[in-house]
Design a protein around this ligand. Sequence first.
Ligand code: AMP
Ligand code: GLY
Length: 426
Amino acid sequence: MKVLIVGSGGREHALAWKAIHSESVTEVYVAPGNGGTSNEEGVTNVDIAAEDIDRLAIFAAEHRIDLTIIGPEVPLVRGITDKFESLNLNCFGPSREAAQLEGSKEFMKDFLCRHEIPTAVYQSFSDLGLAMKHLEGSTVPVVIKADGLAAGKGVTVAQSYSEAEKAIRECLEEKSFGEAGNKVVIEEFLEGEEASFIVLTDGKTVLPLASSQDHKTRDNQDQGPNTGGMGAYSPAPVVTAEIHERIMDQVIIPTIEGLAKEGINYCGFLYAGLMIDAEQNIKVLEFNCRFGDPETQPILMRLESDLVELCYQASKGELEQIELQWNPKVALGVVMAAGGYPDNYEKGHTIQGLPSETENLKVFHAGTQAQNNVIKTDGGRVLCVTALGKNTTEAQLNAYNCVEEINWKDCFYRTDIGYRAIERES
Ligand code: AMP
Ligand code: GLY
C-alpha cells in the first residue's frame, strides 16, 4: 500500500513513522513533511503545502496513493476529504460538514446542546455591544473563544473583566483572527483536570484510542499563555476504566449518533478535549476533527495494532470492532520549542545533540528542516522527545535525559510534563 500523510508537524512525523512500520505499506509520502520525515527510511517528503488541496489530489491520483491520512484541521475544514472523494481517491478524515465540530465553536456548542451532551454554559455573539452586555452579567474567570480556527490562539481564559473585554474586542473589533473572529463564544469557566480522548471511527464502529493528557500552556504548573501543546503523555490516570466508559456513553457515542441523525457521517479521528471535575463529572471543552498534537506522539509510541490497516478499513466504511493492542508502558513526550514561541521566534538555528532512536526513545520532529546533513529549526514547536517507561516517573526521566542533550540557540521547554500523573504515583 502507498500512503500519503498530509501535514508537517510532530503528529505527521509520528503518523509517517507508524505507517512505514505497517506490514502492508511499501511507501510513505508526507506533504510537506519536515526534517524528521525526510530522514526516515522509506518516507519521502513532497513539496506541497497541507492546504493546497488541488495539488494534493493531483499528486495522490498520479502516484496511485491507496490511502491519504490528513493530519491538520485546516485542509479538513476546507473540504479536502470531499475533494478526494469526488475524484474516487481514498482519504481518511471527516468531510467539510463533519469537520465543523472543530471549525466553528458555535456549531459545536449548539450541536452539543441539541443532543444534551454535557458542556460549559455559553452564548455566542457577533455584536460587540451585546457581547459586552453579556459579559457584565457573567462571573470571572470567564472564557472567551473566537468562533473559527485560530491555530490554538483563539481561546482566552480571562481572570478579570478587563482581560475578557480585551479578548472580545480583539475578535469583534480589531479582527485579530480575521473571519475566524466574526463571532465570539463567551463561556462559563470549568474547573477540574483535562484529558484528551481520541477515537478512530468510520461513523458506525468506534475504536477508542488510549487516553492522554496534554499540557497546553507555555510555562510550568500550567501557567502562561496557551500554545499548541508543550508536552503530553499516555495513558492519563484521570481517565479510569469507569470514566472511560462514561466518556464513551455520555460524549463519544451520542456525538457520532447525533451527527448521523443530522445526516452527517463522521469518518476520521475525533478528539474530545474534556474537563473532569472533582465529582467526576465530564464536560466537553472542545472537539478536534483530527488526531492531537502532541498527543499523537506518545499514543502512537504505545500502539501495537496496525494503524494504517485501521484507517484504510475506516475510509472504506468497513471498520471492525476490535480491541486495540497497547504497550502497557507509559509514553511521555516533551516539546522543545523556539525561544519566543507562541509569539514571534527565530528560525534557522542548527540543532545539536540529536540522539539515535531506541526501542524506548524517539525524537519526533515538528518545525525542522534538513539542510544537507544538518537539522535546522523551522517553526515554533521544534521537537517532541518521546520516551517509554514502566510508569510516568520513569518515562519522564527518560525523556528529559534526552532533552538535556539537545540544544540550539534560545531553545526552551517545560520541565514538568506529566506532573499530575507523577503526583499520583508518589
Ligand atoms: P479549546 O481550544 O477550546 O480546547 O481551549 C483551549 C484551552 O483553554 C483548553 O484546553 C482549556 O485549558 C482552556 N479552556 C477552554 N474552555 C474552557 C472552559 N470552559 N473552562 C476552563 N478552561 C477552558
Ligand atoms: N494538543 C491539542 C491539539 O491537538 O489541539
